[in-house]
Design a protein around this ligand. Sequence first.
Ligand code: 5GP
Length: 138
Amino acid sequence: MKDIFCKIIDGEIPSTKVYEDDDVLAILDISQTTKGHTLVMPKKHCGNILDCPQELMHKVFDVAQRIGQAEMLVFGAAGVNILTNAGECAGQSVPHFHVHVIPRYLGIDPGFQITMKPQDTSGMDLPRIAQQISENIK
Ligand code: 5GP
């Protein structure tokens, strides 16, 4: 079954388009966390960033960067969150790779709210953790 973003890309469901080229579509997020909240996605289906071919992923992030720059310029945003969720337990609700571009405005929005609670690392073998990741980078 097609995911909702594939249906939007195929024109079966309406969306508010921000940008389009042969490979990438950007639309306003229906939830508008802040004014201008945009989703940038590959037209070709990829489940999330981890299974997206590198060249296509770069194109998506290139567009996300340019949209962030435009939002700073046109809306006077003070900052921008550019982020992607991969996997349900990481907060991904639509199984089609997309990058959120969320402008942030001084004084009028609650700001960045992702949970990154620091934990006590005293019992953790940080060099070993780094080594395990490092050895498995392909
Ligand atoms: P995720 O939770 O997967 O990182 O983000 C999915 C995003 O897609 C959410 O912010 C949600 O508001 C947005 N979304 C879900 N359905 C639609 C839709 O039909 N149209 C648009 N424009 N955005 C959608």
